[in-house]
Design a binder for this molecule. Sequence first.
Ligand SMILES: Nc1ncnc2c1ncn2[C@@H]1O[C@H](COP(=O)(O)OP(=O)(O)OP(=O)(O)O)[C@@H](O)[C@H]1O
Length: 236
Amino acid sequence: MDGAGHHSAVPVAVTGLDHFFGTGEARKQAIWDVSIEVARGSLTVLMGPSGSGKTTVLTLMGCLRDVQHGSVRLLGEELNGAAEARRVALRRRLGFIFQAHNLHESLSATQNVLMGLQVHGRGDNALRLRAAHHILGLVGLGDRLDYLPGSLSGGQKQRVAVARALVSNPEVVFADEPTAALDKESGATVVRMLKTLGRKRGTTTIMVTHDNRILDLADRIVTLEEGRIVKDVRAR
Ligand SMILES: Nc1ncnc2c1ncn2[C@@H]1O[C@H](COP(=O)(O)OP(=O)(O)OP(=O)(O)O)[C@@H](O)[C@H]1O
């Protein structure tokens, strides 16, 4: 166990976060004083109009962008001023699901999912293969293990990307419009999987979505407008 963050009840805590794009005359503030604490095992949805700052906040929390001002504590570690080596180590404990699924076209579904494990560089190959097949089964692709992305539908490709993000058993999953390319049924399957992982393993999910169907499943819905939180609603 490496530090207090591992079993922290608050895997992501953001305080007084501002963010700017551009320099000089073109410098523009995109995020204004955002603060949010996310509970372990919960599914939080970020919503709001186009350009309201959802993706910027998600990438700041997910260690994919430098924190300029304010605090982001991720799994117990402060990201503001964190050394790149620490951030690389943290990213290994995260899962990312983005709309552009970025699958390797020359690799099968199974090989793509294995890419989600190889960065960790541990474990034996038979175990990895079993993990990849297991998670592909869970997302309903047990009969497509050796298909190339080119012969999968958009929704099936997205499910491969979900399997790749989850195969390493991440502590926090960051997802940007993960259901945009999915039909109703596969979209619901993906979100139900994330909910189940939250319950069973304490996996925390933070998701940007415009998908109304997902809102019913969220534990919390945070709405951004013009870079500020304007609404923060918890389910139940
Ligand atoms: N790399 C960048 N350079 C300059 N401005 C940027 C950059 N990325 C985002 N912005 C600006 O920051 C603001 C927030 O953008 P962001 O992508 O976070 O919004 P969003 O809510 O995710 O939008 P969408 O729903 O359209 O994806 C917007 O005004 C956008 O133009």
